[in-house]
Design a protein around this ligand. Sequence first.
Ligand code: PBG
Ligand code: ZN
Length: 340
Amino acid sequence: MTEALDRQATQAATAARFPSVRGRRLRRTQALRDMVRETTLSPKDFIYPLFVVPGRGVRVPIDPMPGQAQLSIDHVLEEAAEAHGLGIPAVLLFGIPSHKDAAGAGAYDAGGVIQEAVAALKSQLPELAVVTDVCLCEYTDHGHCGVLLDDGTVDNDATLPLLAKIAVSHAAAGADIVAPSAMMDGQVAALRGGLDAAGFADTAIMAYASKVASAFYGPFRVAAGSSPRSGDRRSYQMDGANGREAVRELAQDAAEGADILMVKPALAYLDVLKEARERFGLPLAAYNTSGEYAMLKAAAANGWLDGDAAMLEVLTSIKRAGADLIITYFAKEAARALRG
Ligand code: PBG
Ligand code: ZN
């Protein structure tokens, strides 16, 4: 496919040259530019992340993520309805529990904040797809994504049944898609097994497959209060320097039964996204993370760049690189900007 394209490009370049070839001809008017535009963004491409907190009438702005807030379920319903009205097909929910403990038990509590939010969304907005993040870091007092041992390591295999339990509780509440983000080996297989055994064979899995230990999650951890109390996540999240390993992680999650593969973060990993597109037939998602959002917002707020134009350029680049779906805090703004 790419070879054929290369050959075509070479032939075109040798058959004709300037002045008979002029790239500017098709850039002359908006109509001509629109006709030859290769990548188009649509609100249908977006998944809108929301942070759910207990209570009613709660809306706490998240400082490093201007325009985003921690929301109680009543506000989650409003935000979700607005997103749905703009043509956005899905939300991704993160829970901030009232109480954190060593085991992260709040994560699979049937009456937990996410489980209640999912049920409310599915009853009020049944056509909106609900995706849930499956991890422990928002629920553990130590802030790690799995079971923390005394020596400071995170126990992979002891974490797997807990992740499966969380996913089953989300599916029982009505989640359409569960998204494991802990970067434990075998997490997709553990979720698939747990879901199937509990009668949720139709609940889909969007796997955070290539997820790097990245500086671009900083604002999220402020929002979710999920920074590790000690150490960091480098023993489970990937080293961002590794492109071949990223492909192995993607292949592993596809083999374990993922329905959608995700690359995260997006911008610093567009090469991984492009390679994923070429190698895998599964639907592909990219996570335009909190730090990617924050840096554009900060520059725009300072008047250093045109925020709307930069937003659309960035989202288009993620789509062009190969993403079918973009998880982005810009979802509503971008949907509005696309409407014109
Ligand atoms: C939880 C999780 C994180 C993000 C999504 N799920 C944070 C982390 O791994 O520390 C990051 C999302 C963002 O930065 O927007 N495991
Ligand atoms: Zn986590």
